[in-house]
Design a binder for this molecule. Sequence first.
Ligand code: ADP
Length: 483
Amino acid sequence: MKILFVSSEVAPFEKTGGLADVAGALPIALAQLGMDIRVAMPGYSTITYPGNGSLPVLPFMDVQVGSETYAANVSAGNLPGSPVPVYFIHNAALFNRNGLYQENGKDYPDNAQRFAFFCRAVLWLIKGLNWTPDIIHCNDWPTALLPIFLRTDPAVQDDADLNAIKTVYTIHNLAYQGLFPPETAAAIGLAPELVTPSSMEFWGSISFMKGSLLLSDILTTVSPTYAKEIQTQEFGCGLDGVLRDRASDLYGILNGIDYSQWNPEVDSFIPALYSSEDMAGKIQCKAELQKELGLKEAPQVPLLVVISRLDPQKGLDILLPLIPRLMEENLQLAILGTGMPEYEKAIAADAAKHKGRMAAIMKFNNALAHKMEAGADMFLMPSQFEPCGLNQLYSLRYGTLPVVRRTGGLADSVEQITDDSSAGSGFIFDEYTSKALLAAIHQALALYNDTDSWRRAQIRAMEQDFSWTASAKRYGDLYSKLL
Ligand code: ADP
């Protein structure tokens, strides 16, 4: 089976969120199932990892996007530690920037052009390589145009190879749909009949995602619960009707995590390794983390952490009002995140008020994210909605018990610890309120004081298996079904 996996971000090359983790790990797991799988991503100038910028694998080529012509070239590398090829598609004017999609909180005004170029260039890459995949697997709005070009572009319809390619489209987050003014359609070479309510038109805009939801052969999203939720008005972001119409082609597959990166037994970022059998290293990780974050070195005081994009999705509107109340308890709190300036400001101000007990790190820092997973006792994830969520899965593996809201992938991966604490891996609340979150934190704090029960819950959490193997098999089954 030949699969081309296409993503706007792929770890470790470039990452803004969970999509990159998936795109860096799932293809390796699929390759281990015997597939000929390759990855394509934009050749951002910010990528420093070896591979990007290596010798071009194809000669320069003109790629037409609407009336504009862009020069494209391709370099190649591999997903680290694997034979999976990665093709980086370059165009200096479009991808030599400081950010992936935005800068200083503002989306680039030519994002439609940038990703239309990327999607068209992928088709040219396929022709240039003389390697036609059976399936192109696209992800989120930046690659949503690919199935649309494949199914509607007259030049593609004349090309028997391209025409035969099937498509899988994965929704990692329905809230980001790639909405652009309707005149964008002509600018990127889409036929006028696509700008209608039964096609890509969406409340006066065009929606890349809507087009792909209509035209891809199979749709997936990243957890079974989110697959159901997005068919409701509450979670459907205006596309629930489209998704209900395609319910028989929509599948929810929980993301796995990459245990070669996120595992306290091998993690090269943390000061001491540990496992469910020998937790001594976790104590050292906590001490070092408290020191690094300027928190009081207090081994017995529970340390709660948040690692998150600072966006309303992540539950900050119920968490931030709770901080003064939490500071009345015997606990420490550390928040690592970047995002909306008002959240950053509020968190930094709280941390300044509670020096030694609360830390705010308003940066994107992968090494610190690892150290926080290892050094903390509890992980807070009070998301309003959460397609899958990775941090709760990392937390389980690091014995950092998660406190989560029952939604999306959080509901599918964390099990409530029972009253007699004989089963379960974390603490779950339902209502999207500060009060419900506080009640769940209180449960966690109570169990923390019962050292033996806490230890047993940590072991249960750490011994769960969320590796990619099982999820990759499900994708493999879907691919087979499609072919
Ligand atoms: P989302 O994709 O919605 O942002 P996920 O939980 O699926 O949420 O994935 C987030 C990923 O980004 C995780 O790997 C997490 O560790 C990482 N991350 C988020 N914010 C930061 C940050 N400030 N510094 C380091 N890593 C971060």
